[in-house]
Write a protein that binds this ligand. Structure first.
Ligand code: ADP
Length: 484
């Protein structure tokens, strides 16, 4: 099969979060399974062109957007790790993508994001034509690609280039919907009849996410539990009805972890390599991490966090429980960028307990690896978590996850049972500071028992979340749709 895979961010070209990791790994696995994949992404200003082999193709597509024909300059790059025939198409547009940020800057989201991603969604389809890649499947990700789906099913419905194509749309986080003013219908150049509650309209706005959900042949999300959760009022962010109606075409496939990048045995960004068979390097990673954050180098348990500083990542709980956690015999190390209120609250915590709290308010991939390797425990108290990747990385690094039992956190971590010794981490069910503190205390108690802790670490490191199994599920879905 030929698969056109569209994402607004793709590792190694661009990244703000987990979507980029997924888009950098899943297509490679699908290609390795014998399919031809073209990954389409914007050529953001931040792309390291020389470092990732980006070259101008000399081809241009003209993309109808906001009543104009907007040129998209097509660049190509290898899809590293994939067999020949699969590659990356990067869509260049000085007007829309030659900017410092991917979605915004310090002042917030770019005000023309509706137009930027209306352009991108349609440019993906036009670029496929320009490079002569006729897909069997178009697979888009998140609201930034949503408008491609009504275009595919309406604008291009009778276009022989796309005849027989099937459409898959993946929701990585239903909290981000791409909601814009009704006038956006004109920007999209879609007919006003689609401004309707069973199509793009959502409470007086145009919803890019809903466009993807409604017009795709199948909707996937990134863990089995999240696929169930988003059909409920609590987690559906208003789209639960649409998803419930489509429930026989909504699937949850757990994301994989890319162990070529996230494995302590081979990771070049950490102080010392180690593996389940030889753990001696982990102590060196811990000392290196403590030094990097200016903390005393000692054997106290280190609790790590790498996360966007956002409400849904559980920083409300950290704001309430942080002081209590920092008063326990441990160190807390946090790496993250995001909301000002959480930056302030974490800075205040660090000022109060400089010997126990390490903080870096940056986006730093190397430091993220150091935290995975050097921490003893990894904290993910997300209010909701579609999949989450860091809990899977943590397991591989023998860094025991403490998680709120939701979405992919619940699917990937098994709660530790002190009686049987089974389990791979610590879960708490209620989204409340005391529940979080209780889980931290349980973890720190087990940490004191060296034999039990070592056995727990071994079990965690034996977990396998490689992409191969997930990729197989996507391929099976593509095949089912293709045959239907
Ligand atoms: P989300 O996509 O919701 O942000 P995920 O857990 O799925 O959350 O993925 C987050 C990814 O981004 C992980 O690879 C994590 O290591 C990385 N990440 C998040 N914040 C930072 C940061 N400040 N510096 C470096 N990497 C980060």
């Amino acid at each position: 099969m030929r698969i056109l895979y569209a994402s607004p961010e793709v590792v190694p070209f661009s990244k703000t979060g987990g979507l980029a990791d997924v888009a950098g790994s899943l297509p490679v696995e699908i290609a390795r399974a014998g399919h031809q994949v073209v990954v389409a992404a914007p050529l953001h200003q931040t792309v390291d062109r020389a470092g990732s082999g980006v070259a101008a193709s000399g081809k241009t597509a003209l993309v109808p957007v906001a009543g104009r024909m907007e040129p998209a300059e097509i660049f190509e790059a290898p899809l590293a790790g994939a067999p020949a025939g699969s590659y990356v198409v990067l869509i260049g547009s000085p007007r829309y993508f030659d900017r410092k940020g991917i979605y915004g800057d310090a002042g917030g989201d770019y005000p023309d994001n509706a137009e930027r991603f209306a352009f991108f969604s349609r440019a993906v389809l036009e670029a496929a034509k320009a490079v002569g890649f006729r897909p069997d499947i178009v697979h888009g990700n998140d609201w930034q690609t949503g408008p491609a789906f009504p275009h595919l099913k309406r604008t291009y419905a009778f276009d022989p280039f796309f005849s027989g194509v099937r459409a898959v749309f993946t929701i990585h986080n239903i909290g981000y919907q791409g909601l814009f003013d009704p006038g956006t219908m004109e920007t999209l150049m879609l007919p006003w009849e689609l401004y309707h509650y069973q199509a793009l309209e959502f409470w007086g706005k145009v919803s890019f996410l809903k466009a993807g959900i409604v017009f795709a042949d199948a909707v996937t999300t990134v863990s089995p539990r999240y696929a169930r959760e988003i059909r409920t009022e609590e987690f559906g962010c208003g789209l639960q009805g649409v998803l419930e109606e489509k429930r026989d075409r909504v699937f949850g496939f757990l994301n994989g972890a890319d162990y070529t990048k996230w494995d302590p045995a081979t990771d070049r960004l950490i102080a010392k390599n180690y593996s389940a068979a030889n753990m001696s390097g982990k102590a060196g990673c811990k000392a290196d991490l403590q030094a990097a954050f200016g903390l005393p180098v000692s054997d106290v348990p280190v609790i790590g966090m790498v996360s966007r500083l956002a409400d849904h990542k559980g920083f409300g709980l950290i704001a309430d429980a942080g002081a209590k956690i920092a008063s326990l015999r441990c160190q807390l190390v946090v790496l993250g960028i995001g909301d000002r209120k959480y930056r302030d609250c974490l800075s205040a915590l660090k000022d109060k307990r400089p010997d126990q709290v390490g903080l870096s308010l940056t986006f730093d991939d190397a430091l993220a690896h150091k935290i995975e390797a050097g921490s003893d425990v990894f904290l993910m108290p997300s209010r909701y978590e579609p999949c989450g990747l860091n809990q899977m990385y943590s397991l591989r690094y023998g860094t025991i996850p403490i998680v709120h039992a939701v979405g992919g956190l619940d699917d990937a971590v098994e709660d530790y049972d002190p009686k049987t010794g089974n389990g791979t981490g610590f879960k708490f069910g209620e989204y409340a500071p005391d529940a979080l503190i209780g889980a931290v205390k349980r973890a720190l108690n087990v940490y004191r028992n060296k034999t039990a802790w070592e056995a727990l670490v071994k079990r965690a490191m034996a977990c396998d979340f490689s992409w191969t199994a997930s990729a197989r599920k996507y391929v099976e879905l593509y095949e089912r749709l293709h045959k239907a």
